[in-house]
Design a protein. Structure first.
Lengths: 308, 270
């Protein structure tokens, strides 16, 4: 809303979702709001058309809806034309856990990351989310913004200096580094505290931007700490873990222990809250702490495949 | 301004040369819309070749991007870029690729090639014009086969709902798609009724009658408050007798004998 106040080019196009969220915008800026109905291909094409006519357009829907069925529109109409469209998905990961697998956004980061011209941002808490929204609006070109859900608690207790493509370090430590993206930030912080009680000091990095990736921060962690663990509420294929693995494999100056914590490439067949489903797939603080602690005493555990 | 008939003739002959030289496809699709393009680019579209980004320009979107050869010819003829670019069409390193490409090609609004993309984008542009109170119009050329794509129908619901009467859809209804006739593959009839039912102001014309084409486009919107849909009944491959009504010429590049035959029919010496 603040963005739209400052810049008359800002438009919001929604896919018939956002009850209780988008009404204030619609009311205040009726000429810059559009509900395209349950028609995401058209929604995205329209967004591209508006952007090519000089607007800064945010599309908005939940989970997979603003990206999967209109993926070709995002690729061809938005990315290929470098159109100023910011695709916003609310409810990344298991935020809508109880609604079933159709509402689980668990491959989105991988898919968006693969698109040329697309920047990919998954803020870690409401503070980052607000800053990220400003940053993507200011950025010239397509962006994917994967938000959590309403009412998430703030992780930061201080003001942050948010820059697209620059990881934020929340905690220093030299034993290991926890890199998280999106809503796993709180878990990363809590895990680092639990590990501290076990004598392991973890550096915590919020890799809010997956693309462009903060390669410097990753390589610094590889130089300065002895192990790197990635945390994401996303498939183990193609997301944060993959991005960091690619970087380490190609550019790390020395070998460093590395493991990805993520979801298996599988559908969650049981209903459940975000907490329940995270725990079920080993992404709760307790199982992460135990796994990392055990790995630090037996490095070969890192080589064992995930078994959920 | 050239005579539309001359323009259409030029489009056919130059397109044939281009496609022949490039050994590429889509002659049938390019020829069926030659007359439509000629009328559009010969006075209907308010465009300025010197200023392809002129903010007040009419936008023309070739949603059936595979037929780009004839669009490129029309643009070159109007002076958007040199005719010599047409000789590199489809070649290594060329600016003009085998489907309409906006990058580096002045006058091409958007890149198309995957069907069903042009109309939603056109809706966005038309909506921007309405919200900005700008006077430009948005024209989108669809093929019949592409009307199988659901995204078009999403847009077809959208435009009348938002009263985008600055939007004009022209459908090159040549009755043949990629693997068969439209009737065999996915019958669109009653086609005009469908667009009417969605809320469009529909006109059906002979897509090869220059006067009918002109009449359908000279006084827009056809109905204030409604987007316009011109269904142009056309013939795939129109202009060369052995190419007309033939699915084969969706794909085929002419051999030298066919080339000679075609050019002589079009009244051009080698």
């Amino acid at each position: 809303m603040k963005l739209a106040e400052r810049d008359s080019r800002v438009f919001l196009v929604v896919g018939d979702l956002g009850f209780g969220v988008t009404e204030p915008f619609a009311k205040r800026f009726p000429k810059r709001y559009l509900n395209a109905g349950v028609a995401e291909q058209n929604m995205t094409g329209i967004a591209a058309g508006l952007a090519l006519s000089g607007k800064i357009v945010f599309t908005y829907s939940i989970a997979n809806f603003p990206i999967l069925r209109c993926l070709e529109q995002i690729r061809n109409d938005v990315c290929y034309h470098h159109a100023n469209v910011k695709v916003v998905a609310v409810g990344g990961g298991f935020a809508y856990g109880s609604l079933g697998a159709t509402h689980h956004a668990t491959e989105d980061l991988a898919i968006m990351r693969a698109l040329p011209e697309m920047s990919v941002v998954a803020p870690g808490d409401p503070e980052e989310a607000a800053a990220a929204t400003e940053a993507v609006a200011a950025h010239d070109g397509p962006c994917y913004l994967r938000l959590g859900r309403a009412g998430e608690q703030k992780v930061y207790t201080r003001q942050i200096n948010f820059r697209l493509g620059k990881a934020i370090q929340l905690r220093e430590g030299s034993d290991l580094t926890l890199i998280s993206t999106g809503g796993m930030l709180q878990t990363a912080v809590e895990t680092s505290e639990a590990l501290s009680h076990k004598g392991l000091q973890a550096r915590v990095l919020s890799m809010h931007t997956l693309k462009p990736l903060d390669i410097d921060a990753i390589l610094a962690a590889a130089r300065e700490t002895d192990a790197i663990f990635t945390l994401e509420e996303h498939s183990i294929i193609g997301g944060l873990g993959s991005a960091v693995a690619e970087t380490l494999a190609e550019f790390a100056e020395r070998e460093v222990a590395f493991k990805r914590f993520a979801l298996p490439s599988a559908f969650a067949c049981k209903s459940g809250t975000q907490e329940y489903l995270r725990a079920r797939f080993g992404l709760g603080v307790e199982s992460l702490t135990n796994a990392i602690h055990a790995a630090s005493r037996e490095p070969r555990l890192l080589a064992a495949g995930a078994s959920f | 301004m050239t005579d539309s008939a001359e323009f259409a003739h030029h489009i056919r002959t130059r397109t044939l040369q281009m496609i022949n030289r490039a050994r590429s496809s889509h002659i049938g699709s390019s020829f069926s819309m030659a007359d439509l393009l000629a009328v559009l680019y010969n006075g209907i579209l308010r465009v300025d070749p010197e200023r392809p980004d002129w903010p007040e320009r009419d936008r023309f979107i070739l949603s059936k991007g595979h037929a780009c050869a004839s669009l490129y010819v029309a643009l070159a003829k109007r002076g958007f870029f040199p005719d010599s670019w047409l000789d590199d069409f489809y070649q290594d390193g060329a600016r003009l690729a085998g489907h309409a490409t906006h990058v580096g090609a002045p006058g091409v609004e958007i890149s198309t090639g995957s069907l069903g993309h042009g109309l939603p984008i056109g809706c966005g542009m038309a909506l921007a014009a309405k919200r900005d109170q700008a006077a430009y119009r948005v024209f989108v050329m669809l093929s019949d086969g592409e009307c199988d794509e659901g995204s078009n129908w999403e847009a077809a619901l959208f435009a009348p709902h938002h009263q985008l009467d600055n939007l004009v859809v022209i459908i090159d209804y040549n009755k043949i798609q990629s693997l068969g006739t439209v009737k065999e593959v996915l019958d669109l009839e009653p086609f005009a009724d469908k667009w009417r039912a969605f809320g469009w102001a529909v006109q059906e014309i002979d897509g090869h009658n220059l006067q009918e084409i002109e009449c359908s486009l000279i006084d827009l919107p056809a109905k204030p408050g409604k987007p316009t849909c011109v269904i142009a009944h056309t013939v795939k491959g129109k202009g060369v007798s052995f190419m007309e009504h033939k699915l084969l010429w969706h794909y085929r590049s002419p051999n030298s004998e066919e080339m000679t035959g075609a050019m002589s029919e079009l009244g051009v010496r080698d």
